[in-house]
Ligand binder design. Structure first.
Ligand code: SF4
Length: 248
């Protein structure tokens, strides 16, 4: 395998094929996987995606400790809770993040495709495709890899999530894939990270306001997302950006 001398004297693989990346980094987690990929393997060619939702602070804190200038892509769908926008600003300030980019669909295009703003009610898959998937997909071109904060425990659709995967030709790095809910909570408290303001009102997984409800004690966190519908994912993380039929 081809290798390259790195700053700290270790050798990192130059060959970015999925198999090699998994071999070298697939067994790591958290900061241990982030550090070599951000600083060496994908230096300058990697972004993170964050919803600035209920558990987002953990990944953002790790990134801020490795490279606070890492591009962090945040999609403003135009339907978010104002508390999410305020939380984004608070975390940016607290963690010293300098690379956050807020993306959104062009207003004219959004109005053309969702004239009355009610598409979420009649066709949520298309609404997500327009408001979430398209703005993100349109901004991924400069990056060879994308970091996400997804975890296996979050949903059945994520139960076999790998630390490193490849979707639509893009390498995705999921440093928290194998983390438990307890480990996330412990990390938040050990590092004194603030909660999303809606967590204390029972919102444990937070997306757009019309499609997110609070959950009762004992309910799974994502039960409040698209409650009453079969839909469980926005489609950002699936091939082709569509989550239709992937609810198994
Ligand atoms: S979560 Fe709801 S409002 Fe947000 S983009 Fe998807 S369908 Fe539209």
């Amino acid at each position: 395998m081809t290798t390259d001398q790195t700053n700290n004297g270790k050798r990192a693989p130059r060959d970015e094929c999925l198999q090699n990346l998994r071999l070298h980094f697939g067994h790591l987690n958290g900061r241990a996987v982030l550090e070599p990929l951000l600083r060496d393997v994908f230096k300058g060619r990697v972004a993170a995606w964050s919803s600035f939702g209920a558990e987002s602070a953990v990944l953002l804190h790790m990134i801020s400790n490795v490279d606070p200038g890492t591009p962090i892509l945040f999609v403003d769908t135009g339907k978010l809770f104002p508390e999410t926008l305020a939380y984004r600003d608070r975390l940016i300030a607290n963690l010293g993040l300098t690379g956050v980019r807020t993306l959104s669909q062009e207003k004219a295009e959004q109005e053309r495709l969702d004239r009355d703003g009610m598409l979420w009610q009649t066709d949520p898959d298309t609404c997500c495709a327009i408001r979430k998937v398209a703005p993100l997909a349109g901004n991924l071109t400069p990056f060879a890899a994308l970091i996400t904060g997804r975890k296996r425990y979050q949903a059945a659709t994520r139960s076999s999530l790998q630390v490193i995967e490849q979707v639509d030709g893009c390498i995705k790095i999921n440093p928290l894939a194998g983390w438990s809910e307890d480990r996330v909570r412990t990390y938040m408290s050990e590092h004194d990270l603030p909660d999303h303001p809606l967590v204390w009102s029972g919102y444990l997984s937070i997306g757009c306001a019309p499609c997110t409800m609070s959950v009762k004690s004992g309910e799974h966190a994502r039960t409040g997302r698209w409650r009453g519908r079969e839909k469980t994912e926005c489609g950002i993380h699936f091939a082709g950006g569509r989550s239709v039929g992937q609810n198994a």
